[in-house]
Design a protein around this ligand. Structure first.
Ligand code: PEP
Ligand code: MN
Length: 369
């Protein structure tokens, strides 16, 4: 990846706006559905129309896409609305058909990015074309796998590259369908500042009420664009119904999202500052999440101690934790005083949680309401 500067140019070369807005349904369902949505997205901030025609489904038996016929519908979209078009490709056959049908931009999905064989096959099929290719992050939070995909495409001469952040799969259930792990795209952006980075809040959220705030955060983090799933009748979409929004809602979001356009002089300072503040906000949210997890374990310990009639405060255990954390912290450049203050507060909160459990358990049944 010796010259990432060259890569950015596609945004300018294709005369595309910044931030770039890609929208359209998760899946192409019928010609009428595709055209109806495209016409509703025409003359808005959207410049690229998306629709999946081959759908990678986690479980068999769900709608797997209409196949190549959908490419013809995308051609019609372009003819009738002048929107550029994009679809997902997952193998050489898809690439050949997409090229044949003159699809403007191809994206590689999260389930394909995890597979170097498939990425290589796609890269080879694209050799010598000028296509713009957007690579989604792999479903697991592995930065090397993501960048490895980029390197394979670049080595095959695919120079018009972009990245899409769509969050990462987790075993734990969270409020997100795919947790954002923002530190990963931020790291990618630091390493390749000139490769456009696009956020897909629809697949991160998995539900429509989180899409606006995720989009705002991505813009605050200096992402170059958004890919948002939009359907004229979201609740009845054939795939990803919960996370799609209507074109009308999308237009409202675009109006309400704050795009930072600082004056030239303050541009660098202001955008850097905003970006770092957004990074701090993410870390603070993670800190609260981790503290909450720690207290949840403390509650369980409280329950166990109560069941076994063991005292809550055990000085030896506490001294051990404090000693370990001080040496870990000092090694990382944090002061001993700071670690002591933080851990005293955490320890006190844990004790309070455990006491509450023990008190609840000690209440005789007649005291309980
Ligand atoms: C999609 O964009 O509809 C899709 C299948 O995305 P992902 O690869 O991010 O799951
Ligand atoms: Mn989808």
């Amino acid at each position: 990846m010796e010259n990432s500067k060259q890569m950015r140019n596609w945004l300018d070369n294709f005369n595309l706006p910044h931030p770039l807005v890609i929208a359209g349904p998760c899946s192409a369902e019928t010609q009428q559905q595709v055209l109806k949505i495209a016409h509703q997205l025409k003359d808005t901030d959207v410049s690229i129309f998306r629709a999946g025609v081959w759908k990678p489904r986690t479980r068999p038996g769900n709608f797997e896409g209409v196949g190549a016929i959908g490419l013809k519908w995308l051609q019609k979209v372009k003819e009738e609305t002048q929107l550029l078009t994009t679809t997902e490709v997952a193998n050489k056959h898809h690439v050949d058909l997409a090229l044949e049908h003159d699809i403007d931009i191809l994206w590689i999905g999260a389930r394909t990015t995890v597979n170097p064989f498939m990425v290589q096959e796609i890269a080879d099929a694209l050799r010598g074309t000028e296509k713009i290719v957007l690579l989604k992050n792999p479903i697991n939070p592995d930065i090397s796998l993501w960048l490895g995909g980029l390197e394979r495409l670049y080595a095959a001469g695919v120079k018009n590259l972009g990245l899409i952040h769509r969050g990462f799969s987790t075993y734990d259930k969270t409020k997100y369908r795919n947790i954002p792990e923002w530190q990963i795209p931020i790291e990618v952006q630091k390493r390749f500042p000139d490769i456009p980075l696009i956020c897909d809040p629809s697949h991160i959220a998995g539900r429509r009420d989180l899409i606006f705030s995720l989009s705002q955060l991505a813009l605050d983090l200096n992402f170059d664009g958004l890919m948002i799933e939009s359907h004229w009748d979201p609740d009845n979409a054939w795939s990803d119904a919960k996370q799609q929004i209507t074109p009308q809602t999308l237009v409202r979001y675009m109006k309400d999202l704050k795009m930072k356009i600082p004056t030239f002089d303050e541009k660098d300072y202001r955008t850097e500052l905003e970006k770092m503040r957004a990074e701090i906000n993410i870390i603070d949210q993670q800190l609260i999440g981790i503290l909450d997890k720690r207290m949840e374990v403390a509650n369980r310990i409280g329950q166990l101690k109560s069941d076994n009639n063991v005292a809550i405060l055990q000085a030896r255990r506490w001294n051990e934790i404090l000693g370990n954390m001080i040496s870990e912290g000092v090694e990382k450049g944090l002061s001993k005083e700071f670690i002591m203050k933080v851990y005293k507060a955490i320890h006190q909160e844990s004790i309070n949680h455990q006491r509450k459990i023990v008190n609840q358990n000690n209440q005789s049944p007649k005291d309980q309401k």
